[in-house]
Write a protein that binds this ligand. Structure first.
Ligand SMILES: Cc1cc2nc3c(=O)[nH]c(=O)nc-3n(C[C@H](O)[C@H](O)[C@H](O)COP(=O)(O)OP(=O)(O)OC[C@H]3O[C@@H](n4cnc5c(N)ncnc54)[C@H](O)[C@@H]3O)c2cc1C
Length: 308
């Protein structure tokens, strides 16, 4: 029950100022967002890749309000891609982008986001890798899927994300489970109303398994975004039943969460991709991580009371 309350409170400007300025916040943030600049993140990319892990890179900063900020966000990805080029990791280091950061919520936002994301996908393709479009709140998804479809005409490996908690997702999964598609399935991290989304964890987990079965039985490439041990073992079983080889699907987890499991799955021969976020505008990303696990919030509050 605490998760939706944290997500709702996180939209308040007062809360943002309070949390961002708290002296202890940065220490807790570092667990999930291991760098603020591209210089800080490149050694982390090298380290994770050296351990046999793959990466998807997210430059944080979804709450932009001007077209200039959207262009800055695009340039930050272009700079990152340039820095990845000499590492020659190919698809082992891909990008994850939030279209809101590229201007999707501004007037004329659909076209603006498409215009900003296209050069990023082009640049990623030029270094032999791909981009996945993250899923944000449900009001943004028609635009996200339309941009995904448009990008796939020129860059067929462009991926997208679907969220098990939404009622619409089973139909989206059926449409997307086609040859050549790359689809990440997650439970969903936003506060959504009961008119569009399951509210109960058990219902969400059941929906996740239904959607995952559709993806595994389909012809695309499923990317299982979850830390849930039950989901991981169900995914392995569904992959086995669908006759998929180890390189015909992959697991994805967030940096800083169940890191031992990242290494265990990679050591078993699975493709294991770590979603690695960096940047200065970490507030929205950080608050979703607090909302996912009440123990994170308790730890954070204890740190503030103890040291702040
Ligand atoms: C690679 C990746 C990409 C994602 N992309 C998106 C996206 O585009 N759109 C979107 O809406 N959501 C996205 N998410 C978030 C997702 O929707 C869930 O909110 C998040 O993954 C928690 O769900 P879970 O499947 O891990 O299961 P849960 O049942 O929430 O968690 C299972 C276990 O994992 C651990 N765990 C989970 N979350 C945390 C945490 N924050 N801190 C510490 N431990 C934790 C705990 O041990 C917990 O018991 C993404 C998640 C991943 C892994």
């Amino acid at each position: 029950m605490l998760g939706p309350v944290i997500l709702a409170a996180s939209r308040s400007d007062r809360m943002r100022r309070l949390i961002s300025a708290a002296p202890v916040t940065k220490q807790v943030v570092d667990r999930f967002i291991p760098g603020e600049t591209v210089d800080q993140i490149v050694p982390i990319v090298r380290d994770l890749a050296g351990k046999g892990l793959e990466l998807t890179m997210d430059v944080v900063g979804e709450d932009i309000t001007t077209p200039e900020q959207a262009a800055t966000a695009r340039d930050a990805y272009l700079q990152l891609i340039e820095r990845l080029r000499p590492l020659e990791l190919g698809t082992r280091a891909e990008m994850s982008v939030k279209l809101s950061m590229f201007g999707q919520a501004l007037p004329g936002g659909h076209e603006l986001a498409l215009a900003n994301v296209r050069p990023v996908v082009e640049a990623a393709t030029a270094i032999g890798t791909t981009v996945t479009l993250d899923a944000e709140d449900h009001t943004t998804l028609d635009s996200m899927f339309a941009i995904h479809e448009e990008l796939r005409k020129d860059f067929p490996a462009t991926g997208c994300v679907i969220q098990a908690y939404l009622f619409r997702t089973e139909a989206d999964a059926r449409r997307l489970a086609a040859s050549g598609s790359r689809v990440r399935i997650v439970k969903g991290a936003y506060k959504e109303p009961a008119s569009v989304a399951f509210q109960n964890k058990h219902e969400i987990d059941k929906a996740y398994v239904r959607v995952l079965r559709t993806l595994m039985e389909g012809e695309g490439y499923p990317m299982i975004g979850s830390h849930d041990p039950r989901i991981i073992s169900v995914a392995q079983e569904l992959a086995r039943r669908a006759g998929r080889k180890l390189d015909e699907y992959e697991f994805q987890m967030l940096y800083g969460i169940r890191s031992d499991e990242h290494l265990r799955l990679a050591a078993e021969g699975h493709r294991m991709r770590v979603y690695t976020a960096y940047g200065t505008d970490w507030y929205g990303y950080f608050m979703r991580r607090l909302a996912e696990k009440p123990a994170n919030l308790r730890f954070f509050v204890r740190s503030m009371v103890g040291k702040g």
